[in-house]
Design a protein around this ligand. Structure first.
Ligand code: PLP
Length: 361
């Protein structure tokens, strides 16, 4: 059977070898007689899984000792509330950069806790670019500056880390591009990511936070929304998402074996160029995002004639190229090509797109 290539935006494709290993270990993890799903989260077996997971993450991202790694639940969406609840302190303002639907959701949630200064926005151009730093109007009274480093729906990616030159810590929603390239963690106060895009299965939410930001949250904050409480308890305040953590651990060890983030970045650039170069060479398809801000992970495109969308998707599926339908809010297509998408999948997609354009020109 020909391989199936899955372009879903999330939950998304996982490395085949990871799924095979999980299958092999499903009923009996390392001779323990238990599935990982059946283990106590405080037992030696699971504690060793967590230790390897955290060590590998720290190694891949070179996370300094003064940063804590938290393994939480609730999805990236829960962070839209946890960030203001925990980082506002005595302040009542925060800066947000609005580059699309995920930024907007973060902004709307933050508004429940503080005044939001939208310091820059690309809404004027239908969220097709990332505002450059000279366009950012930061509020000196802001407790933090929040941006979305990769807009999963619109396909906008910041290919640079903002140097805000303010004491307010930089906070980033990296749900869809964390671990896709090397990253200087020291530039950030806090990074969060839902695992189900580029890291692992749904259920795990990763938070990397600089220790000095672990302060008392707003009065009335539930304990499970308190970073300090999670940090003190090494993410074992309550039962963590054990199976999702285990699979994420397998993904990280796969990444390390592949050659880490320097290697995966090269592969990701090659894959993205393959698709963008073709998109730019034809007017049968169109990518709306300005070239400098195009995402390496999520590539939205439309067909010249949207009446062909259905046929395109049907034929793509018949060719083993699945989940290419664009987000319901924007239509068209979206090819998500996370770390686990092999280059062969992108090559096959481009071949299919060429053939479809020829047949329907
Ligand atoms: C998917 C996504 C979210 C929401 O994640 P959930 O885990 O579903 O809450 C937030 N931000 C970005 C950038 C995303 O891609």
């Amino acid at each position: 059977m020909d391989p199936i290539y899955n372009f879903s935006a999330g939950p998304a494709v996982l490395p085949k070898v990871v799924l095979q290993q999980a299958r092999d270990e499903m009923l009996d993890w390392h001779g323990s007689g238990m599935s990982v799903m059946e283990m106590s989260h405080r037992g030696d077996e699971f504690m060793s899984i967590v230790a390897t997971l955290e060590n590998d993450l720290r190694e891949l991202l070179t996370i300094p000792q003064n940063y804590k790694v938290l393994f939480l639940q609730g999805g990236a969406s829960s962070q839209f509330a946890m960030v203001p609840m925990n980082l506002l302190g005595e302040k009542n303002k925060a800066d947000y950069i609005n580059t699309g639907q995920w930024s907007q959701k973060a902004i709307n949630e933050a508004k429940r806790y503080c005044a939001v200064n939208v310091a820059a926005s690309s809404e004027d151009a239908g969220f097709t670019y990332a505002p450059t730093l000279d366009q950012w109007q930061l509020d000196p009274a802001a407790a933090y500056v929040h941006y979305t480093s990769n807009e999963t729906i619109g396909g906008i990616e910041f290919n640079w880390i903002p140097e805000t030159n303010t004491p307010a810590p930089l906070v980033a929603d990296m749900s869809s591009n964390l671990l896709s390239r090397p990253l200087d963690i020291t530039r950030f106060g806090l990074i969060y990511a839902g695992a189900q895009k580029n890291l692992g299965p749904a259920g795990l939410t990763l938070v990397i936070i600089r220790e000095d930001l672990l302060a008392a949250p707003l009065a009335g904050t539930p304990t499970l929304f308190n970073y300090q409480a999670h940090a003190k308890n090494h993410s074992m305040l309550n039962t963590p998402p054990t199976y999702a953590m285990y699979i994420t651990g397998l993904v990280l060890s796969w990444l390390k074996q592949m050659g880490g983030l320097t290697h995966i970045e090269k592969v990701n650039i090659t894959k993205a160029n393959l698709l963008y170069n073709y998109l730019d060479s034809t007017d049968f398809y169109h990518c709306p995002v300005v070239k400098s801000d195009r995402s390496r992970m999520n590539i939205p495109f439309t067909l010249k004639d949207s009446a062909l969308d259905r046929t395109f998707l049907q034929q793509a599926t018949a060719n083993g190229l699945i989940q290419l339908k664009g987000h319901r809010s924007v239509g068209g297509m979206r090819a998500s090509i996370y770390n686990a998408m092999p280059i062969e999948g992108v090559a096959k997609l481009v071949e299919f797109m060429k053939a479809f354009a020829n047949q329907n020109a």
